[in-house]
Design a protein around this ligand. Structure first.
Ligand code: COA
Length: 319
């Protein structure tokens, strides 16, 4: 058995901050941000929380799938910005959607989180442990960025996306995942370690990033892991119909496409609208593609996420 997606949903806050708005806060410009990243705007929470956004995305996925929430056996929620350490955000979602029989837990692997959660859900299904699993990616990056640091605050946004997987017969799902803790310092957010009296470390409670190191890592490792998964599947690159990658930077996605000698049209992007919503980018994009009917039954979809840890993962499945 494999997990087939039977419903998707997403949520983005109503408040939109475009590059011109950002240029009023830090020394930057719409031109610089668009040229270096492809980002045009980002959605930013006001009253919303990570679990609220996740719940709204989940409700939309349930509505689209037509399933009874009581059938959901497991909710895996990828996030690194839940408003509470516990209870976990997955349990909040369970309450919101009335998934009374579901177990739920959160997973934190930053921007790679959703793909790892998706792989985990597929493993539960192929092992015969669960038939119906909800996978969510949700992040409130606006709570983690230093709004005075122009090298990072321009990159991120807030949002959530959800998919529901149901056990069916079908093409085996192929997956891979890797981490490199030695390179962890390239991208950090240490707020959970900050004590209120430890004012000296205040600046550590925001995202710190070596942008070029992260850029190089992504451009090298994403093509590698895609090739690894294809080898495992015994498939060629040209047999993949859609490469749904973490939406961090248009130039990273273009460089990956170039390295794989694959036309950029197979790499959908929506980061102009949402920026990098961390664990939420892949499921928000999946929801958009699904609702626009871009993804057709039988097509092969490759997901790939990468980010802090450093971590990277990929998954190949049939839509
Ligand atoms: N607006 C205007 N200028 C900016 C700026 C901004 N928002 N941010 C940085 N700059 C300046 C720098 O201060 C530097 O100026 P200097 O040459 O006078 O010192 C110059 O632009 C170049 O900075 P640099 O860091 O070399 O730019 P870059 O081409 O590497 O682009 C990133 C920076 C962050 C856009 C790029 O490295 C990147 O996208 N990395 C990947 C990050 C990422 O996606 N992380 C999440 C992964 S999950």
């Amino acid at each position: 058995m494999v997990g087939k997606i039977c419903g998707t949903g997403s949520y983005a806050p109503h408040r939109v901050m475009d590059n011109h708005d950002l240029a009023k806060i830090v020394e930057t410009s719409d031109e610089w941000i668009r040229e270096r990243t492809g980002i045009g705007k980002r959605h930013i929470i006001e009253e919303e929380t990570t679990s609220y956004m996740a719940g709204q995305a989940a409700l939309r996925a349930v509505e689209q799938s037509g399933i009874d929430p009581a059938e959901i056996e497991l909710i895996i929620l990828a996030t690194s910005s839940s408003e509470t350490v516990f209870p976990c955000a997955a349990c909040e979602v369970q309450k919101t959607i009335g998934a009374v029989h579901a177990a739920g837990y959160d997973m934190n692997a930053a921007c790679t989180g959703f793909v790892l959660a998706f792989n985990t859900a597929q493993a539960y299904i192929s092992a015969g442990i669960c038939k119906t699993v909800m996978v969510i990616g949700a992040d409130s990056m606006s709570n983690l960025v230093d709004w005075t640091d122009r090298s990072t605050c321009i990159l991120f946004g807030d949002g959530a996306g959800a998919v529901i997987l149901r056990a069916e017969e079908g093409m085996p799902v192929h997956m891979a995942a890797h981490s490199d803790g030695v390179k962890g310092p390239a991208l950090t957010e240490l707020s959970r370690h900050r004590k209120d009296w430890d004012k000296e470390n205040d600046s550590e409670s925001y995202i710190h990033m070596d942008g070029q190191a992260v850029f190089k890592f992504a451009v090298r490792k994403v093509p590698e892991i895609i090739e690894e998964v294809l080898d495992q599947a015994g498939m060629r690159l040209d047999e993949v119909d859609h490469f749904v990658l973490h939406q961090a930077n248009r130039r990273i996605i273009e460089a990956v496409a170039k390295r794989l000698k694959t036309d950029i049209s197979k790499f959908p992007m929506n980061l102009e609208e949402y920026a990098n919503t961390s664990a939420a980018t892949v499921p928000i994009l999946l929801d958009e593609l699904n609702r626009k009917d871009v993804l057709k039954r039988g097509e092969k979809v490759m997901l790939s996420g990468f980010g802090a840890g450093l971590t990277w993962a990929a998954c190949l499945f049939e839509w």
